[in-house]
Design a protein around this ligand. Structure first.
Ligand code: FES
Length: 128
């Protein structure tokens, strides 16, 4: 069974350096925006909800800075957990073996990042 999704424009891919990352707030019409971030590395992009599986805290340690100092891994600012940029799997830290919740993201013909979220994202998105 396929899940219906809705597209949300995030911004331009040019806003996300390679290697680098950027956070975005998605207005879904709910009370609070969904906080997500995009990672751009070696020409590949990936996106995740901005929520650490350890405590639910936001991950960035400076505005839009989700990667470690070497731009190798996503690093949680609170307790330093390290996550693979390609799939959000936690390699080291208090949530090792868990993973960030990944979201579908693509780049359209105009170079804009577009997130594809389930039609009822609140049903599958952790509290933020
Ligand atoms: S809150 Fe992210 S590692 Fe603890």
């Amino acid at each position: 069974m396929s899940v219906a999704s809705r597209a949300y424009a995030l911004g331009s891919l040019a806003q996300v350096p390679d290697p680098g990352s950027r956070g975005f707030d998605i207005d879904t019409g709910d009370e609070r925006p969904l906080r997500v971030f995009v990672v751009h590395k070696n020409g590949a992009i990936s996106a995740f909800y901005n929520r650490c599986p350890h405590t639910g805290a936001p991950l960035e340690w400076q505005p839009h800075q989700f990667l470690d100092i070497e731009n190798s891994f996503i690093q949680c600012a609170i307790h330093g957990a390290l996550f693979r940029p390609e799939d959000g799997y936690c390699l080291r830290g208090p949530c090792a073996g868990q993973a960030l919740q990944q979201i579908m993201v693509r780049v359209d013909d105009a170079g804009q990042l577009v997130a594809e979220l389930p039609v009822h994202p609140g049903a599958s998105v952790p509290d933020q």
